[in-house]
Design a protein around this ligand. Structure first.
Ligand code: PMP
Length: 401
């Protein structure tokens, strides 16, 4: 009965990891998947997470009963506070709610499903959804699978200047049909590592408000861009202070190092409490038929960890990335590798968009056993003081051969 099922292509980033694992070259390096590594190339369980996990195991008051459909209440409110700030007026006005989700992906998917059902008419699959060009590869598919038929790129990356194409972005905002949905990366844009400045965000917000465009923030790297949870939430908080009703899909995969626990939250900022209650009642219906109720371990860890405790560990990760950025740039400059490499230290967060073209990427993988995405994106956390000379030399060869 399934004989006509076609083979689907593999997911690029996971395929890259599988290829890396099979490679037996002693100097192989994985700069593909966006996961933190220590300077010994090992995954890192954050010390504060380990501490809280021990407390959870020892706590006899906890059990494995079902959580409410919308999730662990203290996790939902803690998450919204991380995004909007402890003293957020919108939270005080009781018009902010959260939906615990399976990772940032789950939060995006639940949010997309809600928007298709209830935004801009009911079941309006024609509302345009704009995602940045380029963007995290899953954005398109998540919105398409939620039923949206018109997914469009908006200008973001200017390859020639290796920076933000602000004019193109603002022009797309001006021209987008009213009520279009815009997916905005809250900080540490994946894959370009390039964010708008505060002044640029203000221009974006001004147009979005005037043109009645819906803001859907994707916040997967809070803390990773600057080492500060507050700074990295600046754009979100600014939009909320401007009176936007919006969604924020939050992932705790990277900043808590909880990749496989699937911890996410969809923060909803509504017009008022009564409206929020109705929105959450519909969210509950969506979750009920999707995963019915979420898992507890990651949510307990996040809600029991104070922001002040987590940020120390996040800073350790962010600082190591900064060091690797500095070193990679200096090494390429010392080698005299053609081109400018300033963008490596100008870009922020986990990734660097190197500017290597697909042929150069292929050379890196096939000849040098250095694995990176076809777009030229590298995960800066995959670099270590032990492999950075080899990676710099490999880039040099790829560019000059
Ligand atoms: N959004 C962006 C921009 C991401 O890079 C990622 C993770 N790669 C996610 C969302 C999803 O995160 P999660 O693993 O928590 O689903």
């Amino acid at each position: 009965i399934f004989s006509d099922v076609p083979q689907a292509p593999p997911v690029a980033v996971f395929k890259l990891t599988a290829d890396f694992r099979e490679d037996s070259h002693p100097q192989k390096v994985n700069l593909g998947v966006g996961a933190y590594r220590t300077d010994d190339s090992q995954p890192w369980v954050l010390p504060v997470v380990k501490k809280v996990e021990r407390l959870i195991v020892e706590d006899d008051s906890l059990n494995h009963e079902y959580l409410p459909i919308l999730g662990l209440p203290e996790f939902r409110s803690a998450s919204s506070k991380v995004a909007l700030g402890d003293d957020s007026p919108a939270i005080k006005e009781n018009r902010v709610g959260g939906v615990q989700a399976l990772g940032g992906t789950g939060a995006l998917r639940i949010g997309a499903e809600f928007l298709r059902r209830w935004y801009n008419g009911t079941n309006n699959t024609a509302t345009p959804v704009y995602v940045s060009a380029p963007t995290w590869e899953n954005h398109n598919a998540v919105f398409a699978d939620a039923g949206f038929k018109d997914i469009r790129p908006y200008h973001y990356w200017d390859a020639a200047k290796r920076g933000l194409d602000l004019a193109g972005l603002l022009d797309d905002l001006e021209k987008a049909p009213e009520h279009s949905i815009f997916v905005l990366h809250a900080c540490a844009h994946n894959p370009t590592g390039t964010d708008p400045t505060q002044e640029e965000w203000k221009k974006i917000a001004e147009i979005m408000k005037r043109r009645k465009l819906f803001v859907f923030f994707d916040s997967a790297y809070q803390g990773f861009a600057s080492g500060s949870l507050e700074k990295d939430a600046w754009a979100i908080r600014f939009f909320v202070s401007e009176g936007f009703e919006l969604f924020v899909a939050q992932s705790f995969s990277k900043n808590f190092g909880l990749y496989n626990e699937r911890v996410g939250n969809l923060t909803v900022v509504a017009q008022d409490n009564e409206n929020l209650t109705r929105i959450l009642s519909q969210m509950e219906k969506i979750v009920r038929t999707t995963w019915s109720n979420p898992p507890s371990q990651g949510a307990r860890i996040v809600s029991k960890t104070l922001n002040s405790d987590i940020i120390g560990n996040v800073k350790t990760m962010a600082d190591r990335v900064l060091l690797m950025r500095d070193q990679l740039k200096s090494k390429l400059q010392a080698l005299g590798t053609p081109g400018t490499w300033d963008h490596i230290t100008q870009q922020i967060g986990m990734f660097s968009f190197t500017g290597l073209n697909p042929k150069q990427v292929e050379y890196m993988i096939k000849e040098k056993h250095v694995y990176l995405m076809a777009s030229g994106r590298i995960n800066m956390c995959g670099l270590t003081t032990k492999n950075i000379d080899y990676v710099a030399q490999s880039i040099h060869e790829a560019v000059t051969k």
